[in-house]
Design a protein around this ligand. Sequence first.
Ligand SMILES: Cc1cc2nc3c(=O)[nH]c(=O)nc-3n(C[C@H](O)[C@H](O)[C@H](O)COP(=O)(O)OP(=O)(O)OC[C@H]3O[C@@H](n4cnc5c(N)ncnc54)[C@H](O)[C@@H]3O)c2cc1C
Length: 489
Amino acid sequence: MSAPQAVSKDAKVVVVGAGFAGLSAVSTLVQAGFQQVKVLEANGRVGGRVCTTKPFTRNIIELGANWIHGQKGNPLFQLAKKNNLLSEEADEDDLDDYFFKEGGKQLSDKLGEKVTALFEKLISKASDSKIDRKYRSLSLGDYLDAAFAESSLASSGDGPRIFEWCKRNECTNEAASSLFEVSAYQLSEYIELDGEFYNCLGPGGYQALLDYLMKDLPSGIILNNKAVKSIQWDLKPQGGSNHPVKLICEDDEIFEADHVIVTVSLGVLKQKAATMFEPSLPQSKLTAIEQLGFGTVNKIFLCFNERFWPEDCEGIQLVWNEGPEDKSVYTSHSEGEAWKETWYKKICGFDSVARHPTVLCGWIAGREALHMETLQDSEVKDTCLRLLRSFTGWSVPDVSKVLISRWGHDSRVLGSYSSVPKGVNGFEKQKELGEPLPLQRKASDSKPLQVLFAGEATHENFYATTHGAYLSGIREAQRLINHYSTKKK
Ligand SMILES: Cc1cc2nc3c(=O)[nH]c(=O)nc-3n(C[C@H](O)[C@H](O)[C@H](O)COP(=O)(O)OP(=O)(O)OC[C@H]3O[C@@H](n4cnc5c(N)ncnc54)[C@H](O)[C@@H]3O)c2cc1C
């Protein structure tokens, strides 16, 4: 973090939201010497989409973010490493995914490895802007299908089915109902940092990183259970107040500010942006909010009294019989609501969970994940047990405890993370989303930098991640620091 600089100690700054973006913003401002800063957080806890819990044993479960993605240039990886917060558990290279077909037949490891390796290669090509020109205007799903059709694995018995599994699995990375909705070429704007992609945190999980960020903050700076209802900006001096921004909370408490940094999720903005701001947001920002994607990914944790899967099994993956020709099964625009009856087909599989030898974690994304949220825990649990029993043919005991995330219906998030839909210029829209208000000094009496925007969805290269959120908070804090440093010169 940069060295403290001379800033206006009197500038009143309010940060809305205490996820990674809000916490990095406030800690950067405090370190730089800002003294009148407050964070208003709607929930009774900090962290937002980072939610470290202990529902089963003394060991943690991450209901939201779990990994730090990439090492080189990842500030959260560096923070975690410097403070000994990374997992010290041995690398689990000797573990394998077990792929099962409908009806209890296990697929060959070799075929699974070959198809997943090809899939990774195709995705990497898209991420590195190296996909053939002919594929560039396609959706990610269409590009993958076309490229796979050129491979010998396309005619290798179960190859196409495993490839469909890979696509379903990729939906969790994209928080999408279907890869046919996601842009192939836009993937290249997302930068995958070098080094191991899946870095695990130690026994304290992501909460330990949040605690680290908060450790030097003055007490009382974060106000919990303080949901902001509306933000009035561009106010002219009146009745002794010279602050251009006023925040009104759901409990009617009012906060005045010179600057507000809004870090609420894109999901919350999609639902509330039209009514939350007065005057309303400029059209460019409203369009960015509407056009960028914000999908749902959920986790289903099943805790058993005893382990029934082998020690070397990293995950039990479910390969359905539908092949690539069944595109409509996974497109959100398919007719009718029949897909609700088969929502469980979107569950990719059940992965083993660090420090929990008897817990499996099921993953589900998209509209099916949202639909799953409407069901009772018991129904979801029974469905998962049915799948595990029928796919593996193993003797699977009953589940003793279950924990299911419901991010899509969490009114403080309304989804899981952002993505770039097909046909949308992600880079441009993310930039517009992150632009501060007023857009320019349209009139000399409008104060600059009244409403600033941070949060993962505003990061052009690291969207959908914790480090993207973290860096976006620093970016906006630094914008204010620069503003006051320049003013002093
Ligand atoms: C299931 C899941 C798995 C994930 N896995 C990973 C992973 O492994 N690695 C990774 O890098 N990323 C992962 N992510 C994404 C990552 O969690 C997010 O990108 C990141 O945490 C977003 O941080 P943020 O600060 O932008 O937003 P948030 O964390 O959403 O913070 C916004 C805050 O604003 C608050 N708020 C909302 N409305 C109001 C209001 N009106 N007034 C006041 N406060 C309000 C919210 O309560 C919240 O605390 C995952 C996310 C999910 C859901």
